[in-house]
Structure formats: C-alpha cells, structure tokens
Design a protein around this ligand. Structure first.
Ligand code: DQA
Length: 149
C-alpha cells in the first residue's frame, strides 16, 4: 500500500468561495474527500493537510519522509516565491507532483515561475479539482515504475 500526502498551501482553505470563476466551486474538504476515496480504489492511503504558513508546510514535508512514499502538492502562491519549500522537497527526496487548479501559465507573468517545478517529477495545472486525482495517478504510476526497476 502506498501512503501519499496531499498537501495544500495558503488560501486553499477558502476554495469554494475564493474566486470561483478561477478555482471552481468545490471546497477543499470536498476535494480531500474525493482524493481519499479515489486513493482507496487504487490501494493508496491518502493523508491530507492544508496550512497558510510556510514553516508548517515545510514541517509537513519533513514529516512525510517517515511513512509517506510521495507528495501531491499545491503550494498556492508559495509556488512562485518559496525557495525554502523547494529545498524541503529536495531534502526529503520524496517524489512530488505539483498541482494547480488554474493554468498558471495562462495567467499573470509572476505565476509562470514555479520553484516547485524544479524539484517536482511533474506539474499538472488547469484541470480544476480533477488535477488532484490526476496528480495521485501520476504519483502512483511513478511509484509503480520505480518498484519495477
Ligand atoms: C494556485 C495558483 C497560484 O498562483 C495561486 O497563488 C493559488 C492557487 C492554483 O491552484 O491554481 O493560490 O496554486
């Protein structure tokens, strides 16, 4: 059984009411419940966590090292600013799939830069909440591939 952490950063606790035209109407609780349910159908145990604080996200990444096989991460705006989060992912050496609800490349220029991409195995963006399920799939495929080696 794979253990996967679905980690969400700042302002994503407001999903459902936050700019629904950009981020959709699903709440974070709904998205997390879908991830847990989907994980169950794939034999994966999904743990979910959200924080608005950079240090708490870093602590969660460090803690994932003992017990989780990978991370699905939507770092919110820290994506574009946080070298510390990038370093945390590189430090724990866990495969990380970067997820964004919106297509960050079609938005303001400051959103085109992602520090997370530099250490993630890949990025999924622009597919709304379905991106999280796609992220779990991508991570499981990656873990399977590593097991086969
Ligand atoms: C986001 C995109 C970021 O640019 C933004 O700061 C967010 C959400 C997304 O899921 O589309 O908070 O990560």
């Amino acid at each position: 059984m794979s253990n996967i952490l679905v980690l969400n950063g700042p302002n994503l606790n407001l999903l459902g009411t936050r700019q629904p035209d950009v981020y959709g109407r699903e709440t974070l609780s709904m998205i997390e419940a879908d991830c847990i349910k989907y994980g169950g159908t794939r034999g994966a145990l999904i743990s979910c966590l959200q924080s608005n604080h950079e240090g708490a996200l870093i602590d969660a990444i460090h803690a994932a090292k003992s017990g989780q096989q990978g991370i699905v991460l939507n770092a919110g705006a820290y994506t574009h600013t946080s070298i510390a989060l990038m370093d945390a992912i590189a430090s724990v050496e866990l495969p990380c799939v970067e997820v964004h609800l919106s297509n960050i490349h079609a938005r303001e220029e400051f959103r085109h830069v992602s520090y997370i991409s530099k250490v993630a195995i890949g990025q999924i963006c622009g597919f709304g909440s379905r991106g999280y399920i796609m992220g779990i799939d991508a991570l499981l495929a990656h873990l399977d591939m590593c097991d086969d080696k």
